[in-house]
Ligand binder design. Structure first.
Ligand code: CU
Length: 156
């Protein structure tokens, strides 16, 4: 079993975003508050094609769980919207009869789980370090905004 980790990407993204924010602040005085907050991207989840609409999501609190599991079934994620502690490892398991994949929105926010690595019965792990929302979808049975979609909300 190959373990994927997202521990580096969000950190690097966050660092890059801070650097950009600092540059913006230095460059154009005091009117850059809006820019710096929108460039962060960690919790922008409006229904604008950037991921599933999370405003109505039924979040399940799994911050107390040692083992967090999300099942890919035919063709939904169960449970689709979960809240986990920073540093938690989420195991995606294919409990369906078909192939499924897991693509982060935006792509690359955490490591992609390819369909070939998530055959029926197979599992893949993703570790989430940085707090924020991590929407994802299965591109075989959904789009980035609907169909087979879900999200991990990472809290301190
Ligand atoms: Cu699928």
């Amino acid at each position: 079993m190959r373990a994927y980790t997202s521990s580096r990407h969000p950190l690097i993204t966050a660092l890059a975003a801070s650097a950009v924010a600092v540059l913006l602040l230095a460059g154009c005085g005091g009117d850059s508050d809006e820019k710096s907050s929108t460039s962060n991207g960690s919790s922008t989840t409006a229904a604008t094609g950037s991921g599933p609409d999370l405003s109505d999501a039924d979040w399940v609190d799994m911050t107390g769980e040692a083992d967090v599991n999300v099942q890919a079934r035919d063709n939904i994620f169960v449970k689709p919207y979960i809240e986990v502690k920073a540093g938690a490892t989420v195991t995606f398991t294919n409990r369906g009869r078909n192939q499924h994949n897991v693509l982060a929105v935006p792509e690359g926010k955490f490591a992609t789980i390819e369909a070939d690595d998530l055959e029926p019965g197979a599992s893949q792990e993703v570790t989430f370090q940085a707090p924020g929302d991590y929407p994802y979808y299965c591109s075989l049975h959904g789009t980035s905004t609907k169909g087979m979609v879900g999200a991990i909300r990472v809290v301190e």
